[in-house]
Design a binder for this molecule. Structure first.
Ligand code: CA
Length: 470
């Protein structure tokens, strides 16, 4: 560590430890939760009374996004981006080469704690958090039978054990125990990562909230099949339903998905109640977000290996001292901007290499803007640019480009790329996408040496989903 950096860290520690008012952080992170699954943010079917409580007391972002991934398991890069504050082209997915933001909070005098899903490999847990309980370090699993581990004082994990409880309930229990253990001498940073509503959509037997599939409207952008080969047509997530996607199956899947979200909502309520009843209720920032959305029938897709809004946009609600209450913000941001924002609010020094942009001003005044544009990537096969109104998606391998006017067509149902009136816009957006990718360190080309046929025919027989979890 350089001397100026060491001094800045020491200064941050001094400031934080001496400032009894440094806010606590309770961070709740869901897995594959679409942004349109919160009742008070416009979903007419789902029941999320506790997320609604949080919406009422904070700022809900309508344009917060994860940036993309380099493989089917987008959980991994999404969490690496979140925790390191780095963009997709800048991350080490195992988090071994970076100082993470939770580590920076710890260095600044915070007590730090993690529980639930950890998808970046066991060695990076102790590099990020001082304490960890009921960690789930595996891939997709039945959450009623998922093995969890605790972090020992050595930083190693205990042998995994199976709790009789649902993984998300077990992790919530551990969060409540951590909150209870605080003596107020240090501020704390608590990270609760649910393993849901990722499939399989399993909740405990007898969970009372249920949805009749017939009551679930089909997504406005439902299609029986994606109109061309996006490069990931038969990946594991896409094998969860046959082709063409039957409307009834999509409704059933959404009913189970919503039920799982309602189960998570109950856990959120337990955390909110615990914070409210604690001595630090007035000095705790609560954040709720998710690592990605997911398609669930939109555009003929099921998974999140695509760059449409349903898969990239995430819920983001921030509430706490000094933050506007019951407000929406359409400021555009990435998930990897969230930790820099919390760092700013808590006076924590930015870890080296964190290139997220803090948007603390938006939390005070939700009408303020954040990023002027966003770009997205999935492997070398999908790249996108969103300038606030227009969204361009490029598929180099099939030489296809889509253009959507998100203002008039938020569900991305009308591809305007064939409209000659848009030719100049497409050219300019492709140039901007290329130059911004390059500036960020993404050197993937937007054209392919060998262009493949865009037409795609569904396999006659649905392959059996692979066991490898995403
Ligand atoms: Ca995920």
């Amino acid at each position: 560590m350089s001397l100026p950096r060491l001094l800045s860290v020491l200064l941050a520690v001094t400031i934080s430890l001496s400032a009894a008012s440094a806010p606590n952080i309770v961070f709740i992170f869901a897995d594959d939760q679409r942004a349109d699954t919160i009742a008070s943010l416009g979903n007419p079917v789902i029941k999320t009374p506790n997320l609604d409580r949080l919406v009422k007391r904070g700022v809900a972002f309508t344009r917060a996004y994860m940036q993309g991934g380099n493989g089917g398991a987008t959980c991994v890069p999404s969490r690496a981006m979140l925790l390191s504050g780095r963009s997709l082209a800048q991350i080490d997915e195992r988090l071994l080469k970076h100082q993470t933001w939770p580590n920076a909070f710890g260095a600044a005098g915070y007590a730090t704690f993690a529980t639930g899903k950890w998808h970046n490999g066991p060695p990076s847990i102790s590099k990020s958090f001082q304490q960890a309980k009921a960690l789930f370090v595996g891939g997709m699993a039945n959450p009623l039978k998922a093995p969890t581990s605790d972090m020992l004082p050595t930083g190693k994990l205990t042998p995994s054990k199976i709790s009789p409880k649902h993984l998300c309930e077990e992790a919530t229990d551990e969060t409540l125990a951590f909150l209870k253990s605080q003596d107020g001498k240090k501020p704390f940073f608590s990270y609760l990562a649910f393993d849901g509503p990722h499939d399989p959509h399993i909740v405990p037997v007898g969970f009372p909230i249920d949805y009749a599939p017939a009551s679930i409207p089909l997504p406005p952008n439902f299609l029986p099949q994606h109109p061309f080969d996006n490069g990931e047509m038969v990946i594991r997530d896409e094998q969860l339903m046959k082709w063409p996607r039957p409307e009834a199956d999509v409704k059933t899947m959404l009913a189970e998905y919503y039920r799982y979200i309602s189960f998570l909502d109950v856990q959120v309520g337990r955390v909110l109640d615990a914070v409210d009843a604690s001595p630090y209720a007035a000095n705790t920032i609560i954040v709720y977000s998710a690592d990605s959305g997911v398609a669930r029938g939109s555009h003929g897709l099921i998974g999140k290996q695509n760059l449409y809004e349903h898969s990239m946009r995430v819920p983001l609600i921030v509430a706490g001292p000094g933050i506007a209450a019951d407000k929406r913000s359409d400021a555009m941001c990435y998930l990897f901007d969230v930790m820099p924002t919390l760092g700013k609010l808590c006076g924590v020094a930015t870890p080296q290499g964190s290139n997220g942009r803090e948007f603390a001003a938006v939390l005070k005044d939700p009408s303020k803007p954040a990023r002027p544009f966003l770009m997205f990537g999935y492997k070398t096969i999908q790249k996108a640019l969103n300038d606030g109104r227009w969204k361009l998606i490029r598929y180099p391998h099939v030489d296809r480009t889509q253009l959507f006017d998100l203002q008039s067509d938020p569900y991305e149902t009308k591809d305007l790329s064939g409209d000659s009136a848009q030719a100049e816009r497409i050219k300019a957006m492709l140039e901007k996408l290329a130059s911004e990718m390059k500036a960020d360190g993404d050197n993937d080309p937007l054209t392919a040496a060998k262009v493949l046929p865009a037409e795609w025919k569904a396999p006659a027989k649905v392959p059996k989903p692979g066991q490898k979890g995403f």
